[in-house]
Design a protein around this ligand. Structure first.
Ligand SMILES: NC(=O)c1ccc[n+]([C@@H]2O[C@H](COP(=O)([O-])OP(=O)(O)OC[C@H]3O[C@@H](n4cnc5c(N)ncnc54)[C@H](OP(=O)(O)O)[C@@H]3O)[C@@H](O)[C@H]2O)c1
Length: 496
């Protein structure tokens, strides 16, 4: 259980009528209220364009909380939170609205004793990040004198290194680096934080966590859904920018970084940055064919229902070459991992919604027991991130009986089964950390810079190739080229 936050603040959400606010942020605030985390001196101001009164806005939130909170709605707690939520209507690029917003926040400050502290949450399209930040500055809403003002920025943070660097320079011209919280909600997931404990809290794992004992490491982040209602954003981002640049590389960095000297966020960040910088760039000739792109086509399901191809989805260019799947085999040029492949894949319309890491250990020499006859399998450490959270380790044991047949058996720990409802949702945890001024689970500029530098090398390599889309059927694990990539090195994907 986390401690109550004792710091007064107005939590200002730009994009208060959007999907993120309704599905994640407000339910997270409700969960935090149930857990008794929020201080009495706490206000929420939601900014949107729709013509709504505060009362209408508050009433509209109940359905979101009911559907998306991990707790049932308790009237007393919802009333407590609801009366702290205010709606403010404005057009964000228009500089005129900011002085009224400032007056509204100052007024609430006096009434609620929030002492000028502000957490500005940018739950809006990236094109609005710059105007909002500059208008906050012009209206003297970021002073950091006698109070603090922090900003939380949602992904995507740029679309390549150049645009990300520009955005960062705008934000840093207004907010000091320690008050900038770049959110990657994957980092708030319980199992990602548990990953460090599994690695660094167990001698049996950390001592063999290197390329001498591990044959390959695989990360899979699969979704069953298609592009749904995110066509505008997804068309210009694709799987490379939507998933790989942030979530997958962050997960990989936590799996593969060196042990930090402490749990202080700077120490962890430094190790993640070092690892990300060690990734070999993919536009090198040596890696030709190591990145597979896919786009889902149409499928006829058993019940006669048709799943539309990506190119047929609403708002998508019928000749779109945006990738809905990416798989890659990459390497880090450092002492621990030199020569060992990391395989990463992510995509839409895959068979399961799941995110997991598999460490495949080296096989034993085939002297006493031969794979084909005995049933031997390599040892696997599986770390399941979502929806189920847990860890399992599989090893070989003799099948009872007279022969030498071998069974692969599993030691399994299901974290989400043991702690049902007690593991905080990512956004709950991240909002609490931003209010407490703890940067550990947020992404530093140096990490973003290193990630974009790697991702740009993939984008450059794609400029030299032509693609033939669509190339995979919904409900399968992506294009066959993804399996062929691993088969080239006598590996295969572990589909959990
Ligand atoms: N949704 C998610 O699960 C998710 C997950 C990760 C990251 N993100 C990121 O979070 C951000 C928001 O995503 P979303 O899905 O919530 O988008 P969304 O549903 O389209 O909501 C956009 C919000 O921005 C507001 N807005 C747009 N133009 C405005 C303007 N000129 N003035 C004032 N308000 C304006 C909209 O207000 P009105 O509706 O009142 O016009 C709405 O509240 C994006 O950067 C997205 O990439 C979203």
């Amino acid at each position: 259980m986390q401690d109550r936050i004792r710091i007064p603040c107005i939590f200002t959400i730009f994009g208060g009528t959007g999907d993120l606010t309704r599905r994640k942020l407000i339910p997270a605030l409700y969960n935090m209220s149930v857990d008794g985390l929020l201080p009495d001196e706490f206000m929420v101001v939601c900014v949107g364009r729709k013509p709504l009164s505060t009362q209408e806005y508050r009433d509209s939130l109940l359905a979101s909380v009911t559907s998306h909170s991990c707790y049932p709605v308790r009237t007393d707690i919802w009333e407590w939170l609801k009366e702290r939520i205010h709606y403010f209507r404005m057009n964000l690029p228009d500089p005129d609205g900011y002085s009224s917003l400032k007056a509204r926040l100052d007024d609430l400050d006096e009434k609620a004793g929030t002492q000028g502290n502000r957490l500005f949450y940018l739950a809006v399209a990236p094109s609005l990040f710059e105007p909002v930040i500059l208008n906050l500055h012009r209206n003297r809403m970021v002073t950091n004198h006698g109070s603090w003002q922090r900003v939380v920025i949602e992904k995507p943070f740029g679309r390549d290194l150049k645009s990300a660097a520009f955005l960062n320079s705008v934000i840093e011209s207004v907010f000091p680096p320690e008050n900038i919280f770049r959110i990657d909600h994957y980092l708030g997931k319980e199992m990602l934080r548990n990953l460090m404990v599994i690695r660094f809290g167990n001698a049996v794992f950390e001592s063999i966590w290197n390329s001498r004992y591990i044959d390959n490491i695989q990360i899979t982040a699969a979704e069953t859904e298609g592009v749904e209602n995110r066509s505008g954003y997804y068309e210009s981002s694709g799987a490379l920018r939507d998933m790989l640049q942030n979530h997958l590389l962050q997960l990989l960095a936590l799996v593969a970084m060196e042990p930090p000297i402490s749990l202080d966020y700077r120490s962890i960040r430094d190790e993640k940055v070092k690892f990300l910088r060690s990734l070999l760039k993919m536009d090198d000739e040596a890696f030709r064919g190591h990145v597979i792109r896919g786009q889902y086509g149409e499928a006829l399901l058993d019940g006669g229902k048709t799943v539309r191809a990506y190119r047929q989805e609403a708002g998508i260019d019928p000749e779109s070459n945006t990738e809905t799947f990416i798989a890659l085999g990459i390497q880090a040029g450092n002492f621990r991992w030199g020569g060992m492949p990391f395989y990463l894949r992510t995509g839409k319309r895959l068979p399961k919604k799941t995110t997991y890491v598999v460490l495949e250990f080296k096989s034993m020499p085939e002297i006493l027991y031969f794979k084909e006859y005995s049933g031997m399998q390599p040892n696997l450490l599986e770390i399941r991130i979502q929806p189920e959270e847990g860890v399992s380790f599989s090893f070989n044991a003799k099948k009872p009986g007279p022969g030498n047949e071998i069974n692969t058996v599993k030691m399994d720990y299901c974290h989400s089964c043991d702690y049902e409802n007690n593991t905080p949702e990512s956004y709950e945890r991240l909002i609490a950390d931003a209010l407490r001024n703890d940067q550990t689970l947020f992404t530093s500029w140096e990490e973003i810079e290193a990630s974009w530098s790697f991702v740009d090398s993939i984008a450059r390599s794609w400029e030299k190739e032509t693609v033939s889309f669509p190339n995979y059927i919904p409900g399968t694990w992506g294009p066959t080229a993804s399996d062929e990539l691993l088969a080239r090195y006598r590996h295969h994907w572990w589909n959990l």
